[in-house]
Design a binder for this molecule. Structure first.
Ligand code: FES
Length: 580
């Protein structure tokens, strides 16, 4: 362990606003006193911004104002000065065209909020999918001491004796309706059973994955990820987090101390072990870009190959986050990785200790939820990175959510030019398609949708579902919900709207998928591909103004994290000049 805490006491950046007796200091301090703060609170103690993604339109984060009170209590106890600050809240279930388009806007806003204000340390109060990466990205770009606490998952959903996993059940039930196996009335009744409490999706979807990534990266206290949103221990975690950030500021323990290449490698392996969302690929690449860490798609493939998926949670497995918590949660998984020599044990965490020190005593209380290695869901649980003439810059597939019999497959392409074309034709029984075909969808990437929507797990045609077929190979430049499943090739790069080869695939072309060989191949000659590309013009109409125009004109490819090109890197936390 090389971390050396800074000397304390020393002058913090908030004193540039609140310290001294000048006119400007009185302006900053005096106005804040309208909230009833005594003068001695401005004595140089750490000012902690509780960056809160609470919003009534982000229901997954709907309880975060209550949790913020617990964070505040912890900050007060440790001698800090807490201030709750609302920040951009990108809700997965309300934002259109997709919350992903707003991840970078949220990150940019958070970065500026932190730098422009008297904040010495930050508690990132997050939960829903994009809120976690966006706030970590913004914090990384300021390098102000920061710690994550998530809102925690919802309790298990139950419907007629069966677990109802957020998202996963929705996809399953909607397919059952198309197949004639479920009535609309039952579907509506099940809706009420899906979301029983405050919290994020209860599957190992993107929210739970990103909470796990934050913990595996060392950016959250050990054990944070799995505690249900309504469990009293979630409040304890919030309070302990509030206490901890004050000491982090005194020690000057910054994101750049924690978010090292080793930390990212730990997180990637952890993602394989938990059967985490493919969205983690994009978010960690983007976060690494903010930190100046050289992380690539190849790291994902290299590090994940030998990691067995041992967390038996939907969508890959059977259980839900509530049961993962009762079984011991993420520390058990990280301990397993450490025992298998798949963890950088010294990687520093927000606690000031190496990650191994945090997890080495963890115990597994349910071996059907956190499986022994010899009973793993899949021996190779990482993210498979595919390359070939259809995806020169890569594409990803989640083996633990795919069908083994389709991992090597050659089929006739049935092409949808975009999501509207797909929706217009997929339910038509005249569509020439069978289960051996490969469904291809274009123009759903960062520039194409825009924002890169979670539509990659295209639902199957009803006439195929009615045969009892539940999976087909699907390829697109879209993402997929972390709660979804199937043999789905995602994030194809370059995307169609940027002139990637995906743009020129036609119905009837033959495509080969070979996951073991990491190959995705369009069975056309180089000359034919080049000729078609020479004839190609993008059908996508670019946005005319506002943030969408900025996004489309500056967003990078999925293969590097889909950040805006001018937001990559850290810009530090130098105090801007005064406003008067
Ligand atoms: Fe918000 Fe799943 S939709 S966590």
């Amino acid at each position: 362990m090389t971390f050396q805490p800074a000397d304390w006491p020393r002058k913090l950046r908030s004193q540039e606003w609140y310290g001294g007796t000048s006119r400007d200091t009185i302006y900053h301090r005096g106005w804040l006193k309208n909230q009833g703060y005594p003068h001695d609170l401005f004595d140089g103690r750490p000012v902690i911004g509780i960056l809160n993604t609470w919003s009534e339109l982000t229901p997954c984060n709907g309880h975060l104002r209550d949790l913020a009170e617990k964070v505040k209590a912890g900050v007060w106890e440790a001698g800090g000065f807490p201030v709750e600050v609302p920040v951009f809240s990108a809700s997965e279930n309300t934002f259109r065209p997709t919350a992903m388009m707003y991840r970078n806007l949220a990150a940019m806003a958070v970065e500026e909020v932190m730098r422009a204000q008297p904040i010495d340390g930050a508690v990132l109060l997050v939960g829903c999918d994009k809120t976690t990466p966006s706030l970590m990205m913004g914090a990384a770009s300021t390098d102000i001491p920061s710690i994550v606490v998530t809102g925690g998952p919802m309790l298990n959903g139950w419907f007629r004796g069966e677990r109802v996993g957020s998202g996963t059940a929705l996809w399953q039930m909607s397919e059952d309706i198309k197949a004639g196996k479920m009535s609309q009335e039952d579907f509506l009744e099940a809706e009420q059973a899906m979301s029983r409490s405050s919290g994020t999706c209860n599957t190992m979807g993107t929210a739970s994955t990103m909470a796990s990534m934050a913990e595996a990266l060392g950016m959250a206290l050990s054990g944070n990820a799995a505690i249900p949103g309504v469990d009293s221990r979630r409040k304890v975690m919030a309070q302990l987090t509030g206490r901890r950030i004050v000491q982090m500021v005194k020690d000057d323990l910054k994101p750049s101390d924690i978010l090292t290449k080793q930390a990212f490698e730990n997180a990637i392996r952890c993602n394989g072990a938990i059967g985490g969302s493919t969205n983690a690929v994009i978010h960690l690449l983007a976060l690494a870009g903010r930190c100046g860490v050289d992380l690539t798609l190849d790291d994902w493939d290299r590090l994940g190959r030998d990691v067995p998926t041992i967390v038996n949670l939907m969508p890959s497995g059977k259980y839900l986050m509530e049961e993962f918590f009762y079984a011991g949660g993420l520390p058990v998984v990280l301990k397993r990785l450490g025992e298998a020599d798949m963890l950088h044990r010294d990687a520093l965490t927000v606690s000031g200790l190496g990650i191994w020190d945090e997890v080495k005593e963890a115990q597994n209380w349910n071996e059907d939820v956190i499986l022994p290695v010899d009973k793993a869901l899949t021996a190779s649980g990482g993210i498979a990175v595919l390359r070939g003439n259809l995806a020169p810059k890569g594409a990803v597939l989640k083996p633990s959510a795919a069908s083994p019999h389709l991992m090597q497959h050659r089929g006739r392409a049935v092409v949808f030019e975009d999501i509207d074309d797909y929706k217009a034709r997929i339910n038509d029984d005249a569509l020439e398609i069978d289960e051996t075909c490969i469904m291809v969808m274009k123009n759903c990437g960062p520039k194409g949708y825009p924002g890169m929507s979670e539509v990659g797990n295209m639902g199957l045609p009803p006439k195929i579902l009615k045969k009892g077929i539940t999976d087909m190979v699907r390829i697109s430049d879209a993402r997929m919900s972390g709660t979804a499943y199937g043999t789905v090739v995602l994030h194809t790069a370059p995307e169609a709207a940027a002139g990637g080869p995906l743009a020129i695939v036609r119905t009837g072309d033959m495509i080969e998928l070979d996951v073991a060989a990491r190959r995705i191949h369009l069975d056309l000659s180089d000359a034919e591909i080049a000729a078609r590309l020479a004839d190609w013009t993008s059908p996508v109409v670019p946005p005319v103004g506002g943030y969408p125009k900025l996004f489309v004109s500056t967003v990078e490819g999925a293969d590097t994290g889909a950040d805006l090109d001018f937001l990559k890197g850290a810009r530090g936390n130098a105090v801007p000049r005064d406003s008067h």
